[in-house]
Design a protein around this ligand. Structure first.
Ligand code: CU
Length: 135
């Protein structure tokens, strides 16, 4: 039993090493990026500002000068997919963050669907974020 477990541990370690090695050598792609909400909460009501940060998960740094587009904002997390609201891009304040304006007509959870084109990368980064609208 003990020997078998040891063999398994070594095998697992070798697999991790192999994957880690090829991962480092591989070219960066859209999977190396992640969207984050600067603020998870917003006050319910008209013309609220949402700030999103685009992170490079390999460097842990925000990514400036990406083209970010919001594809949809709806209440899917609260089973109201049909309840969608318009999202308008706003000029960003600090590099690596991206702002949008939207009206949150109802309290609850709203899902923001995003896409991004990052300079020097092929493919589109996609993500979904959940924002809670409060009273
Ligand atoms: Cu709703």
């Amino acid at each position: 039993m003990k020997t078998l477990n040891l063999v398994r541990v070594i095998a697992a370690a070798l697999i991790v090493a192999a994957c880690g090695g090829s991962g480092t050598a591989a070219l960066a792609d859209a999977r190396d990026y992640r969207f984050e909400l600067v603020d998870q909460m917003v006050q319910a009501g008209p013309d609220r500002v949402i700030t999103v940060r685009l992170m490079n998960t390999r460097t842990g740094k925000p990514v400036p000068d990406a083209v970010i587009f919001a594809t949809r904002l709806d209440m899917a997390p609260d089973a109201m997919q049909e309840m969608a609201t318009k999202v308008t891009p706003l000029p960003a304040a600090e590099p690596g963050t991206y702002k949008f304006k939207a009206s949150f007509s109802m309290e609850g959870r709203w899902q923001l669907s995003l896409g991004a084109k990052v300079q020097g990368e092929t493919g589109t980064v996609e993500g979904k974020l959940v924002i809670t609208a409060q009273k």
